[in-house]
Design a protein around this ligand. Structure first.
Ligand code: AMP
Length: 288
C-alpha cells in the first residue's frame, strides 16, 4: 500500500463527522459506498463510480447483524479488514468507516425502518426482516456520513429499489446512484458468497446468467404470457443443476410488481432471479 494513498480510518460517528464537517466547509462533494467488506471487483467498481461523481469518497465496512436471519451466515460471513483497506487505498478512497455493532446499535436502540410493499416480495419473502435490517442500517449510515451521492449495486436490485423508496419517502437529501453488475468472464455476478462454492457448483452457477439472457431475448419476441416463459426458465435452471429456484419473475423496475406482457407495459422491465446451489443463494437480474 502506498502511504500517500492511505485512506483515513475511523471507527466512530464523532470522528467521522469531524472529517465530514471539514470537507463540507471546504465545499467538497462527498460520495458514499456502503459495504459489508470482503471486497471484490464489484465493490471496487462502485468506488470508481463514486470517484467520478465527487471530490471525496467514503466507504463503510460493517457486517450488519440485523439483516441476517438467525439461520443465516452472519458468523461465517467472510471478513478481511486489512486486505479491504489495501484494496481501497489502491482505489484512492479517502475515508473508510469501520464501526462496531455497539456504535451502530447502542443499548437503547429500539428504532427500525420499515419500507413497505417493495420490500415484501422476493427477497423479503425468503428473508423475513432482511430489508428492515438493511433500510435501518443504510439510513443510519446516510445520516452519519451525510453524503451528496450514495452508490449501490444493481446486483442487489430489490435492495436498490428499497433504498430509493426509503430515501424518497423520508426526504433523505442524497442522490442514489445504481451501478451496473460486475461479472466474471463467464457472466457470473461477483459476490462474496461465490467463495463458498465448489468448482463444480461454480460451473453450474455460471449457467444462471445464460438462462436469464435467453429469457430476456424470448420475452422481447413473445406474444404470449411471460409467466410461462419464466416457468420454463426456472425448469431450465433445475435441469442444469440448481437445487431450487426461490423466484424467477419479470417485474416493473420501479414498483417490482410482476408484468404479464411487455407489449402492454409502459415502464422498464427487469428479470429478477434467486436460485440455490450447494445451499448458497445466488441473485441475478437483467433489464429487458
Ligand atoms: P455487500 O458488501 O454485499 O453488502 O455489497 C455492497 C454493495 O456492493 C451493494 O450496493 C451491492 O449491491 C454492491 N455489489 C456487490 N456485488 C456487486 C457486483 N457484482 N456488481 C455491482 N455491485 C455489487
Amino acid at each position: 500500500m502506498n502511504e500517500m494513498n492511505k485512506p483515513i480510518i475511523v471507527h466512530n460517528t464523532e470522528s467521522l463527522r469531524a472529517v465530514i464537517s471539514k470537507w463540507k466547509s471546504e465545499g467538497q462533494k462527498i460520495s458514499f459506498v456502503p459495504t459489508m467488506g470482503a471486497l471484490h471487483e464489484g465493490h471496487l467498481s462502485l468506488v470508481r463510480i463514486a470517484e467520478e461523481k465527487s471530490d471525496k469518497v467514503v466507504v463503510s465496512i460493517f457486517v450488519n447483524p440485523t439483516q441476517f436471519a438467525p439461520h443465516e451466515d452472519f458468523d461465517k460471513y467472510p471478513r478481511q479488514e486489512e486486505k479491504d483497506i489495501e484494496l481501497l487505498a489502491d482505489e484512492n478512497a479517502d475515508l473508510v468507516f469501520i464501526p462496531n455493532a455497539g456504535e451502530m446499535y447502542p443499548q437503547n436502540d429500539t428504532t427500525a425502518v420499515k419500507v413497505g410493499i417493495v420490500s415484501e416480495n422476493f427477497e423479503g419473502e425468503f428473508r423475513p426482516g432482511h430489508f428492515e435490517g438493511v433500510a435501518t442500517v443504510v439510513l443510519k449510515l446516510l445520516l452519519q456520513v451525510m453524503p451528496d451521492f450514495a452508490v449501490f449495486g444493481e446486483k442487489d436490485f430489490q435492495q436498490l429499489a428499497v433504498i430509493r423508496r426509503m430515501c424518497e419517502n423520508l426526504f433523505v437529501p442524497v442522490e442514489i446512484i445504481g451501478a451496473p453488475i460486475a461479472r466474471d468472464e463467464f457472466g457470473l455476478a461477483l459476490s462474496s458468497r461465490n467463495a463458498y462454492l465448489s468448482e463444480e457448483s461454480l460451473n453450474i452457477a455460471r449457467g444462471l446468467n445464460r438462462v436469464i439472457s435467453d429469457l430476456a431475448e424470448q420475452a422481447k419476441i413473445t406474444e404470449g404470457n411471460l409467466e410461462n416463459l419464466c416457468e420454463a426458465a426456472s425448469q431450465k435452471l433445475i435441469d442444469i443443476g440448481f437445487e431450487a429456484v426461490d423466484y424467477l419473475s419479470i417485474v416493473d423496475e420501479k414498483s417490482l410488481e410482476p408484468i404479464e406482457s411487455l407489449s402492454k407495459h409502459s415502464g422498464k422491465a427487469r428479470i429478477l432471479v434467486t436460485a440455490r446451489i450447494q445451499g448458497v443463494r445466488l441473485l441475478d437480474n437483467m433489464r429487458i
